[in-house]
Every structure is written in C-alpha cells, then in structure tokens.
Ligand binder design. Sequence first.
Ligand code: GN1
Ligand code: MG
Length: 370
Amino acid sequence: MELSVLINKFNVKGRLVALSPFGNGNINDTFLAIYRNTFTETQVILQRVNRNVFPQPEAIMANMHEVTRHCHERLEADAIAGVDDRVWQMPRIVKTKDGADYVTDEKGEVWRVITRIMSAHAFDIAQGPEHALECGAALGHFHYLISDMDPGILTDPLPGFHITSGYLAKYDETLSKPEAKELLSSSMEAKRMAKFIEERRELAICLEKAEAAGELKKRMFHGDPKVNNIMIDDVTGKGTAMIDLDTVSPGLIHLDFGDALRSICNPAGEEETNLAKVVFDEDLATAFCKGYMREAGSFMTDADRAYLYDSIRLLPFELGLRFFQDYLAGNTYFKTTHPEQNLNRARVQFRLCESVEARERSIRNVLKSL
Ligand code: GN1
Ligand code: MG
C-alpha cells in the first residue's frame, strides 16, 4: 500500500502535503507527515513497528496506549497543580478513522501515527553540559511519571531485552556457526572485539547478580533513553519529552541510567570511525547526573547508588556485544547501510567502555557527590 493511502486511514485534519523519512532510529521506520488547511498546519509521525524486533507489535501498541494514558493523566494533574517549571510533554496516539490505535497492512505490518512534539528537537550527540543536564532532567522526570504505573498491565515488549547474560549466550551460539567463524578469522578488529568480550564475562552479570540477591529491584523503566530520544524545547532549551516508548516496561532503572550516559557522554556519536575521538566525557556525565538527581534522586536507595558505576560500565559493553553479535550473524537486527557498520558500532561502544574503566575513580567520585 502507498504510504499516503495508508496514512489517510488515520484521523488527521487537513490535506497531506509532505511525507518523508524522519529521524535516525535503528529499529522502526519513521516518517514525518505534514497536513495543511487554509489557516494552519499539523505535523504527525507515521511509524512502522519492526516485526522482526518486536515479536508482538499489537502488544507494543497496547502498552503504548496504557503508558500514554497514565502519563497524560499525571501530566495534566501536575499542570493544574502548577508544580512544574515547564510544560512537560508526551506524544499521543492518533486514532484511525475507525477509532483504532493502529492499522495492519496487507503484509501484516503494523503502522501507527503519533503526534509530533512541536518547537522541540532531539540531537544525535550531546551539545554541551547544559544539554546533558536537561537530558538528565527529562529522564528523571520520566521515571517519576511512570513510577506509579501498574507493571501488570503491560506485556513484555521484547523478551530478553537488556539481559546481558542472554546476549552473551546468543553471541556464543552465533560464534559456533561457520559463517561467523569466517568473519571473525578474517578481521583483526573482529578478533580484538572477541577478546574484549572474553575479558569481561563477569561484568555482563553484575546487575543481574545484584537483582537476584535482592539488592536491586525492578521498577518501570524506559528501555531506550538515548540522546536522540530526548526532546529539547527550542524556545527554552529545556528537556520537554521522552519519545520512543516501545520498550517501557518493568526493569532496573540502572539500565536507563547507564544507557543514557553511554549515549550522552560520547560526543563522537555511535558511528564514529576514528576511535581516538571516542571518550567518556565526565563534564557531560556530571551535568546529566545533576539533572537526573534533581528529578529522581528522591527515589534512589543506597543500594541503587552503589551500582550506578557498574551500570555506566555495563551498558556500552552490552550494546557493543549486541552490535558485534549482529555483525557476526549477518546484520539482521539493527538497520545498516553497509556490512561492516555493526562491527564499527561495536568498536565505538567497546572503546567507550574502556574509557569508562580508565576513569573509574573520578566517575565514582562524581557519583558520590550527588
Ligand atoms: C536501538 O530504535 P533506536 O534506534 O532508538 C535499540 C537500542 C539501542 C540503540 C542504539 C529496541 O534504538 O537498544 O541502544 O538502537 N532499540 C532496540 O543506537 O533494540
Ligand atoms: Mg527505539
């Protein structure tokens, strides 16, 4: 089906004047649609939910329905109470003309339309400490918003997501295949990545062990709080919304904390090829942590704090492992434009992990001071 025919099934007012690819997501296909009438314009986001990644796209939409309903109620109540220094926002699902949350096309693909947060942008790399602080505030506020949601009403969006030991097992399984062995033996960098993983098998289970021992407890988390999923208001420069809500579910908030930091504190970005430029920037980290703690510090227990450093070290390792496994398996999960892209993405994340390790003492000092 043509995209313009498909989007016409949704209830958006005005005439469609533009429909073009949008953003840099690695999973879903995203388009911006512009509608105009004689006096104004409406912009919405059209997305195809990746069935290859999310086994139950319908469940993703049911989750999104619950998450946005819960948060919008809370946002409205807080706005009326006047407790905030800004208008916090969250996209809304745009219904179809039949009142449904999504459309399934003739191939079984699930499509949705959500509102675009206007006069705001997300960046692929951190713009400076002020931006990092606002990213921290946005994630902290999001954790506050979802903290009292009933986790029982959500379906696990992605079984095994952020279970690092599971990614290790998948990697081992991939490595047993001849195609993967051949890729590994034909590149120095691939061999170096494999060695990097072997030296850190213990790291992979640090948070899982703490959870199993009862030290850390699952709460509601975002699942994908990278810098380009955090919207910054063009008018005030302040964080205004978290987007990409597909992976909101019960989990350790440490996973969000570490994931946000690995993304925000790497000013070279995820696609850099010159590893000398990939460093963990502590000024950005300090600013992020300040913003986060301002909004969510009151939820943090001593045990939570004790594992923050581990989360900052773990998440780049985990993502590097996921990229590398996907490279060895023939690039079936993350979108790529060339075959070596996931190998390079793994190199960047492992380099970032090394940079965190090299700065352990001073990162721990920053965390202690919060
Ligand atoms: C994917 O969809 P996107 O690009 O926001 C991935 C994240 C990774 C990220 C790395 C569901 O996120 O876990 O951290 O790529 N999302 C999923 O860029 O796997
Ligand atoms: Mg995502």
